[in-house]
Design a protein around this ligand. Structure first.
Ligand code: FAD
Ligand code: COM
Length: 519
């Protein structure tokens, strides 16, 4: 056990400690930050110090309570900085950058990279070497700025609804908050454990060779497409083999089609309706081929690099077995709107409670659990939320897609860019941040955006944006749309031209007319 309660480590010192612990084979014992002079009982133990546990604990502490976070990793922040959002954003940045470089290869000041392959290994290693920076900051911020107490670096065992044991020591609290996250869904297929078969976690933890010319991605959700675009952008043949239609989560057909077209132009191959049957390895134990059954029969793909992204499973087994908390068929912990499980005094937050598994839900869930534990009656109702993912672009969406809107409303009006040009030629719109070179020289790559409007009430029903930099705007647009934002109100806003979103402009161009027309 290392007692850190009396020390004030700067970020670099934390980084060294975390690095040592992540690379050490031995058991260094937990890092314990508990104030010996505080005699109050803990209001809650947050089992798991990821986004859900950390934000829950911080909110509870801010309200004057006493939380204790327990996590098996030697850092706070959980999956996000270690092998989820942060590497995903690194890889998506690389994909966007390489799209630019491939498009302008040999022109302007761009080097000729025709036929060249970028190293996946080098990008993964860069991330792996840098990731303790964010980890260290999480520990520093949590301890020195948020005044949080924690026990890190050792797995915990649930004792009962009020107790958890770590490295032989038991900790007790008025409440237990399960913030145990989720893990990659295992695929029960022959060859799953061959070298060269990765999921999002093992990729960043273990990749130690340069993948060959073909990347096979299994899955059609966000992670499959995001990582697939990165592999493709490095110059590899990339196959996305999925059971279902890829990008099904984007609820507007035209937006989906735009994205698929752009990815196919980059050489990506989509194999919907496919099932991975088996993986075979070479004499070194590394994967060398995959057998896939698709609509046209069976096909063998030669590849030494397979990325599995069939989804996630909530970490709920221990809570179910030890406490008897009720879980859903997919293993997610059942909660009510106050984040309470079926067991008194036990709450659950974040990915352990199932879809959507997103940061906002994890952090807000933590915050609402804290409010309830501290005596408020606070209901977290998920409702409609803005969403995003990456391809080679950043894609944002909210509300109803055009097809859904037409099913529910008589008079749906669409405002979009680029316009439907009669001769089919690409138009260099929407222009905006980080697509200006495309707009000038390769207009079809400058993005896509669309507002779906109820022409009668003039209310915005849905919004879709493909480009870069609109994500921030969508966070604020979403609650306004929920409250009934109209075309006229959007047209009243002051745009920062040339911004990534033309919605304000498009609305203003139409707002003067009593009868709304599309464009
Ligand atoms: P976690 O962060 O997983 O925390 C759970 C913690 O519990 C872990 O630290 C674990 O060590 C600990 N734990 C579990 N069991 C025990 C035990 N017995 N003892 C001790 N400790 C234990 N969301 C976004 O909003 N934006 C994104 O761009 C985004 N990108 C993503 C990319 C990928 C590849 C993936 C997989 C997910 C992504 N997400 C993204 C989702 C986001 O990462 C999760 O929703 C979020 O991290 C969940 O936080 P959590 O606290 O619920 O779980
Ligand atoms: C962000 C982790 S990477 S947390 O949500 O701030 O804990």
């Amino acid at each position: 056990m290392v007692d850190v309660s009396e020390v004030e480590w700067p970020v670099k010192r934390w980084a060294r400690e975390i690095d040592d612990r992540l690379s050490a084979a031995g058991d260094a014992g937990p890092l314990v930050n508990i104030k010996a002079d505080d005699r109050r009982e803990f209001d809650a133990i947050f089992l798991g110090g990821g986004a859900a546990g950390r934000f829950g604990a911080a909110y509870l502490r801010a309200m004057g309570g006493r939380p204790l976070i327990i996590d098996r990793w030697p850092f706070l922040g959980g999956s996000c900085p270690h092998h989820a959002c942060v590497p995903h954003h690194v890889f998506s940045d690389v994909a966007a950058q390489l799209l630019l470089e491939r498009t302008f290869s040999g022109r302007l000041w761009f080097q000729d990279i025709g036929g060249k392959t970028a190293s996946i290994k080098a990008v993964v290693e860069m991330f792996r070497e840098g990731r303790t920076g964010p980890h260290a900051f999480m520990n520093f911020q949590s301890k020195e700025q948020l005044d949080l107490e924690f026990v890190l670096g050792a797995p915990a065992r649930i004792l009962d609804a009020h107790g958890v044991a770590v490295a032989g020591v038991s900790y007790r609290a008025r409440n237990l908050v399960l913030a145990t996250g989720a893990r990659p869904k295992p695929l029960a297929i022959e060859g799953r454990n061959l070298q060269g078969v990765f999921d999002y976690a093992s990729l960043v933890d273990t990749l130690d060779y340069e993948p060959g010319p073909t990347a096979l991605v299994v899955g059609g959700g966000k992670t499959a497409v995001e990582y697939g675009c990165f592999f493709n952008a490095t110059g590899r043949r990339t196959i996305i083999a999925s059971r279902d239609r890829p990008l099904a989560m984007i609820n507007d057909g035209e937006t989906r089609a735009f994205l698929i077209r752009r990815m196919e132009e980059q050489g990506m191959e989509f194999w919907p309706g496919s099932e991975l049957l088996a993986l075979t390895g070479d004499e070194r134990g590394r994967v060398e081929s995959a057998l896939i059954r698709g609509p046209g029969g069976e096909a063998r793909v030669e590849s030494d690099f397979v990325f599995l992204a069939p989804g996630l499973v909530p970490n709920s087994e221990e809570a179910r077995e030890t406490l008897g908390v009720a879980v859903n068929a997919d293993g997610s912990i059942q909660i009510d709107s106050r984040l309470r499980t079926s067991v008194p005094d036990v709450y659950a937050v974040g990915d352990s409670t199932g879809a959507p598994m997103e940061m906002f839900k994890a952090r807000k869930g933590g915050m609402y659990a804290a409010r309830n534990i501290m005596g408020e009656e606070a209901h977290y109702r998920l409702g409609e939320y803005p969403d995003f993912m990456h391809t080679h672009y950043e894609v944002c969406w909210l509300g109803l897609g055009e097809e859904q809107a037409r099913e529910r409303y008589q008079n749906v009006v669409v405002l979009k860019l680029p316009p439907d040009n009669p001769d089919g030629d690409a138009v260099a719109l929407p222009a905006g941040d980080r697509v200006m070179l495309y707009a000038m020289m390769k207009p079809e790559l400058s993005g896509f955006q669309k507002l779906v409007v109820d022409g009668d009430s003039r209310r915005i029903l849905g919004a879709f944006h493909v480009g870069y930099g609109a994500k921030d705007g969508f966070q604020y647009l979403a609650p306004m749309v929920r409250k009934g934002l109209t075309v006229d109100e959007l047209g009243e806003m002051d745009e920062l031209f040339l911004n990534p979103s033309y919605f304000i402009q498009l609305c203003r161009l139409r707002a003067g007319s009593k009868v709304l027309r599309g464009m």
